[in-house]
Ligand binder design. Structure first.
Ligand code: GLU
Length: 311
């Protein structure tokens, strides 16, 4: 049985010494100010024990990791109707790519690229005002994380995305032209930017991911059906890292979702919920050290879902 506490501490120590740390995202101005030397890791085990190391309690912008929580809420709200407007295939393209939308008639490849998450927000706004949807998201992640009220939305980040998110505006308007955005584009984007601007620590994020390790339940409470939890995990495995998703599955072999703030949420079903944060990114916009740390974690624990299980 692996000594997870020890492994987590060792990996954090090794990451501290890494010279090549990737490049901090600068296209959202407040993210550019985050120091590249940060590294945090948190592992919540199925039995509830928690192991953390480094900057695991420092909050960061979760960015696209919020797409997992938004999808969970939208599936709860509209059910499988969602799949009429969003696909389930890896895109093989950048997170903010527009090219596939032309040939695929405004239907985004999956809910974890920007275009897909924007449609997910539009689905939520079919029943709620933006303010209500944002409030619902905040309550949802706080409840999932078992956190009373410290998780918040960073308004500076949300505003900066509003001011500079020209590509996202293009994506939303383009999909609107195909009839795949129904609400006001400005309201949909405002909601999307606020979701991306959620600020959480690795510990909070790993706690919030517990329902995905426990088949949709957390502490006896059902968050989502078992089959939906399984399918969200499948999508995280196939689509969670943009055009780097194949490599993530190859190297790490866990469902995971990254964000340009440098965070990654990964799930070892039945075993652990894991969050890692290091702001320097690789070419595809995924945390460079975050991926390296997860690779070492699965090597030392045998948690890859492709590992043969005894029993
Ligand atoms: N808010 C970011 C954007 O829309 C999210 C991208 C990401 O984390 O991958 O560009």
């Amino acid at each position: 049985m692996a000594d997870v506490g020890r492994i987590v501490a060792d990996i954090a120590g090794e990451m501290r010494g890494e010279e090549h740390r990737g490049k901090v995202a600068s296209y959202i101005p407040p993210l550019a100010c985050v120091p590249a030397d940060k590294f945090g890791l948190a592992v919540v085990m199925a039995d509830g024990s928690v192991h953390t190391a480094g900057d695991a309690d420092q909050t960061f912008s979760i960015q696209s990791i919020s797409k997992v929580f938004a999808l969970t809420l939208a599936l709860g709200a509209v059910g499988d109707q969602l799949w009429k407007r969003v696909g389930r295939e890896p895109s093989g393209s950048a997170f903010n790519s527009i090219v596939q939308l032309e040939t695929e008639h405004g239907i985004p490849r999956n809910p974890f690229i920007n275009a897909g998450a924007i449609v997910v927000c539009d689905l939520l706004l079919g029943r709620l005002q933006p303010r209500e949807a944002i409030g619902q998201m905040l309550r949802f992640v706080r409840e999932l994380a078992g956190d009373d009220d410290t998780i918040r939305i960073d308004e500076t980040v949300a505003q900066a995305e509003q001011d500079t998110g020209f590509r996202n505006m293009a994506l939303a308007n383009y999909m609107r032209a195909f009839g795949n955005i129904h609400s006001d584009v400005g309201m949909v984007l405002g909601t999307y930017f606020h979701f991306c601007a959620l600020a959480m620590s690795c510990r909070q994020l790993a706690m919030a991911g517990r329902y995905l390790m426990h088949g949709g339940r957390v502490e006896g409470h059902r968050v989502i059906t078992e089959s939906r939890a399984r399918r969200i995990n499948a999508l995280m495995m196939s689509c969670g890292h943009y055009d780097n998703s194949g490599d993530f599955a190859f190297r790490i072999g866990l469902p995971g979702k990254s964000g340009v703030g440098g965070g990654i949420l990964a799930v070892a079903p039945g075993i652990a919920s894991i969050a890692v944060w290091s702001p320097g990114l690789n070419e595809a916009g995924n945390s460079h050290l975050g991926q390296l740390a997860l690779e070492r974690l699965v090597q030392r624990t045998g948690w890859s879902v492709f590992e043969p299980r005894v029993g």
